[in-house]
Design a protein around this ligand. Structure first.
Ligand SMILES: [Zn+2]
Length: 318
């Protein structure tokens, strides 16, 4: 599923293809994806607006349009964007098509159809207003981990205010925006912190390592144009970060640091990959519940449903 580096890559590669163009038409065969306003109003109001800017907030693409309108697109699991000439024939998974004033089409292809679209507006302060026209669309989201304002101090303050374990905390979008399963596992491996370690038990040196690891791995993910593991691809093709992942989906293969086999457990229905040698769990945190979780079979396919991948790569290609 696309996370911060993947959506950032899409935003950067989409911008030169749509900024300065006016949307001249919109068609969809999957209206349920339109979350705001209703389909009729969306189609009427999006047409005639110029695309001024393409940005990202959390895992959303945020297209600023003329007259303070905002087109927000969430690609979710399998959404892919293409800007192509109309004569290129799309397959049956292309569900939304925006015609552009330069004759091209912005198409959204989405095999599993979890993606969402909404047309919102910005208030004078620049906030994107949500569907009730008063609340901020991204109000529930935590800070952007790569923002300059997101300092080690800010990370410490947020971490110390939280309970719970590190892996679920990193996946919590209200804690930090944009991190998902891939980059959470990678950051914890780099920081040498066990995914079940309690956030409250971190010492200042642990917090510093985790903070730096999060930023480094996200920066690297962007530099390598994201991880093309499931169906993610960007406008200029697949990313390369999947070749540089140290721990994610490497169950049984040697840890790049100590060569011991990578472990996988299922935590909150998500596969979690770690090295039990490099990422030690302090003895006092090995409660009976934790020991049961660590003893459960975590290998892909070892228990029903545990090995299911979201959208096999081969089946999502045209
Ligand atoms: Zn190791």
């Amino acid at each position: 599923m696309p996370e911060l580096p993947e959506v950032e890559t899409i935003a950067r590669e989409l911008a030169p293809r749509v900024v300065g163009r006016t949307i001249t038409g919109f068609k969809t065969d999957w209206p349920r994806a339109i979350k705001h306003p209703d389909l009729i109003a969306f189609a009427r109001e999006v047409v005639g607006r110029e695309v001024l800017d393409v940005a990202r907030r959390a895992k959303w693409l945020v297209l600023s349009l003329s007259d303070r309108a905002v087109l927000a697109i969430q690609v979710k699991m399998t959404g892919q964007l293409f800007v192509v000439p109309p004569e290129i024939v799309g397959d049956r998974h292309v569900h939304h098509v925006f015609s552009l004033s330069d004759g091209m089409e912005l198409r959204i292809r989405d095999t599993r159809k979890f993606g969402r679209l909404g047309l919102y507006r910005r208030d004078e302060a620049g906030r994107v207003l949500g569907s009730d026209e008063a609340s901020e669309l991204f109000a529930g989201h935590g800070p952007e981990p790569l923002d300059e304002a997101f300092t080690l101090r800010a990370f410490r303050d947020r971490t110390r205010a939280r309970r719970g374990r590190l892996k679920p905390l990193l996946l919590d979008q209200s804690f930090l925006a944009g991190i998902g399963n891939i980059y959470a596992d990678e950051a914890l491996w780099r920081a040498q912190l066990h995914p079940l370690r309690s956030a409250a038990s971190l010492r200042p040196a642990d917090e510093r390592r985790l903070y730096l690891a999060i930023r480094e791995v996200l920066d690297e993910g962007i530099a390598r144009r994201g991880s093309s593991i499931d169906s993610y691809t960007s406008l200029e093709g697949d990313g390369q970060m999947q070749e540089s992942l140290d721990i994610y989906q490497r169950t049984g293969r040697p840890c790049p640091r100590c060569a011991r086999p990578t472990r996988r457990i299922v935590l909150g229905a998500r596969g979690t990959h770690f090295c039990s040698w490099c990422q030690r769990l302090p003895a006092e945190q090995r409660t009976p519940a934790v020991r049961r979780l660590l003893a459960a079979p975590g290998r892909r396919g070892a228990s029903p449903g545990s090995g299911r991948r979201s959208g096999q790569r081969g089946s999502t290609k045209a």
